[in-house]
Design a protein around this ligand. Structure first.
Ligand code: XMP
Length: 594
């Protein structure tokens, strides 16, 4: 196994990644139970996995018999540690130990009910009938010698199996997802009763350890950070500051003019309270705005913003002499960013994220880099931040995209009316979506009914499935004019439209905060779209969503009283004609409109 640095924790449990989206979730759940665990590629040789208490083989999309499907070293089953195979992991275990795996008559996706008998350590306090989450087509049809069947569902005769003497267990269902009722209990039984793990992990206790690690990596050098005001870079910076002292750390923040209302002052306040003379703001509002003049295309916008960041950051690096001598770069990279899972490695490009600054590349190539959070998950970073007494307002904030409000300020280069369609109106506004892993850029369907019941999401999904010309559905929360009068106008990013969007976003944030609704959503983008009438040329789109990691997301219904107050206040803003509510899940719509 990769040798951990002397100040870094050693995992008791390794999760072998077979390319599934659940690999990080399993690791996080194990850590939540107080046991430090890390991820390794599924094919890691058994000789590199010594000294562990347990191995977990994750679920993945492949079929064990497929050529090139992810495998494990069969010798891992002879290691003196317990092994749990989950989903594809159970199938691999059966396949290698002499059982049989076959394609099922039909798949089993979503909720199912598991029946387990008494007597197995894996299901202690989780016996009987329970709701579980399944996602499979292949299935184990004969257990290996020495194994017993521990659980069944209506469709799956071997939903769990185990060989207690060898400490080998498999489950076809996903104990790591919240929809599995007693999943946490099953994982806990495996870790503590079967594998004999000890509780050794609490993110809150990591600050001092990480500070030691920073001193070890940095030596007698100094550390420079580009900070965004986000949780990761702020926590990473604060740890470096505590480890090294005010004289040896610096942070720079680029004000692009694409920030939310009050953001720059907020970030400035946080950093200035941490120490004197450690923080500087680069004012680049005019440069970003003029580079974006007259640009409609979302990918072009992202490209221009990425390039401008490169230019400004290169200048800061050069003028601060940070590329020379004793300076190294600090970054807020977190654990999931360091593991390229098989599931994401070949993902299609949906949207361009930021380019890498060549000066930064140089520092990385020269190994002049410190990433204090590289072993932590986002929730763990927040816990460390609490330990450091950083403001809760900063730690619990929703994610905000690097290109800022630019990708929430929709532009169009043609004036066109809305058009009546069967079941709604076609609004000639284009937004980005993701369908079957590839990008779409299509118009929006506008429903006249208000977003006031759960059923409306079903109708929205049906509408998208029925009409391949659209990738997003919004419903009308309120307007100054009848829908038939709405039209798009030629509009780009201007200081005025950004001001209008900032006012709307700030109003929405205040109401969400006061009502507590901000805690019911993962993110709440507010978008300005050039749809209206002369004098009121723009409309505001509300996009509250729930998600775990931003890869998929559900549109959320808002309490009617809150929506009513929000709509009324937004319609009172200068230039705003209508308030629209985005009903689209991801997929088929992306979270951001661009
Ligand atoms: P999408 O729109 O792709 O967004 O569904 C998924 C999540 O990623 C955020 N996002 C970005 N974050 N730079 C970022 O740092 C970007 O260019 C960027 N684009 C999207 C988005 O806010 C959501 O949380």
């Amino acid at each position: 196994m990769n040798q951990a640095a002397p100040t870094e924790p050693r995992p008791q449990v390794v999760v072998l990644d077979t390319g599934g989206q659940y690999c990080h979730l399993i690791t996080r759940k194990i850590r939540e139970l107080g046991v430090y665990s890390e991820i390794r590629p599924s094919e890691t040789p058994a000789s590199e996995l010594s000294g562990l208490k347990a191995l977990v083989i994750s679920g993945g999309p492949a079929s064990v018999y497929e050529v090139g499907s992810p495998q494990v070293d069969p010798a891992i089953f002879r290691l003196p540690c317990a092994v749990l195979g989950i989903c594809y992991g159970q199938q691999l275990m059966a396949h290698h130990l002499g059982g049989l795996v076959q394609k099922g008559d039909k798949g089993e996706y979503g909720m199912a009910y598991l029946e387990t008998g008494a007597g197995s350590a894996l299901f202690r306090e989780a016996e009987g009938r329970q709701r579980i989450w399944m996602s499979h087509r292949d299935t184990v049809t004969r257990v290996p010698a020495g194994f017993e069947v521990l659980g069944t569902t209506e469709t799956c005769a071997i939903a769990s199996m185990g060989d207690a003497a060898q400490g080998l267990y498999g489950v076809q269902f996903h104990p790591e997802v919240v929809h599995t009722e007693r999943g946490r209990q099953v994982l806990s039984n495996f870790l503590f009763d079967i594998a004999g793990c000890e509780r050794d992990w609490s993110p809150r206790e990591q600050a001092l350890r990480i500070e030691d690690e920073i001193r070890r990596v940095v030596g007698d050098r100094n550390v420079f950070f580009f900070v965004s005001g986000g949780v990761d870079s702020t926590v990473a910076f604060t740890l470096c500051l505590r480890a090294l002292g005010e004289a040896r750390v610096r942070a720079s923040y680029v004000d692009t003019g694409l920030m939310r209302d009050g953001e720059t002052d907020f970030v400035k306040g946080v950093f200035e309270s941490l120490g004197r003379g450690i923080f500087s703001v680069e004012h680049a509002q005019e440069r970003f705005l003029s580079a974006l003049t007259g640009v409609r295309d979302p990918e072009k916008k992202r490209h221009i913003i990425g390039e401008m960041f490169v230019e400004v950051q290169e200048q800061i690096l050069a003028s601060g002499h940070y590329l020379e001598g004793n300076w190294i770069l600090g970054q807020g990279t977190i654990y999931p960013d360091t593991i390229e899972s098989g599931g994401t490695a070949k993902a299609d490009l949906i949207k361009t994220h930021h380019n890498r600054v060549s000066g930064i590349q140089k520092l990385i190539a020269e190994n002049r880099l410190v990433e204090p959070l590289h072993l932590l998950y986002k929730d763990e970073v927040r816990e460390v931040g609490r330990e450091l007494l950083l403001p809760e307002e900063l730690l619990s904030r929703h994610p905000f995209p690097g290109p800022g409000l630019a990708i929430r300020c929709l532009c169009e280069d043609a004036a066109q009316p809305v058009r009546k369609l069967d079941g709604g109106w076609l609004a000639p506004l284009h937004s980005v979506g993701v369908q079957g892993d590839s990008r779409s850029y299509r118009p929006v369907l506008l429903l006249e009914e208000p977003p006031d019941d759960e059923g409306i999401h079903l109708r929205a999904t049906e509408a998208i499935n029925r009409n391949p010309a659209i990738n997003r559905v919004v419903s009308l929360a309120g307007a100054h004019v009848p829908v038939a009068e709405l039209r798009t106008s030629e509009a780009f990013i201007t200081a005025r439209r950004l001001e209008r969007l900032r006012a709307a976003d700030s109003l929405v944030r205040r109401l969400c905060h006061e009502s507590g609704f901000e805690n019911s959503v993962w993110q709440f983008p507010v978008i300005i779209v050039p749809l209206g009438v002369p004098g009121r040329p723009d409309s505001i789109v509300l996009r509250p969503i729930d998600s775990v990691d931003g890869m998929t997301a559900q549109s959320v219904v808002m309490p009617p009283a809150l929506l009513e107050e929000m709509t009324r206040s937004l319609l009172a803003l200068e230039g705003v004609c209508a308030v629209l509510y985005d009903l689209t899940h991801k997929p088929p719509g992306t979270i951001e409109w661009e």
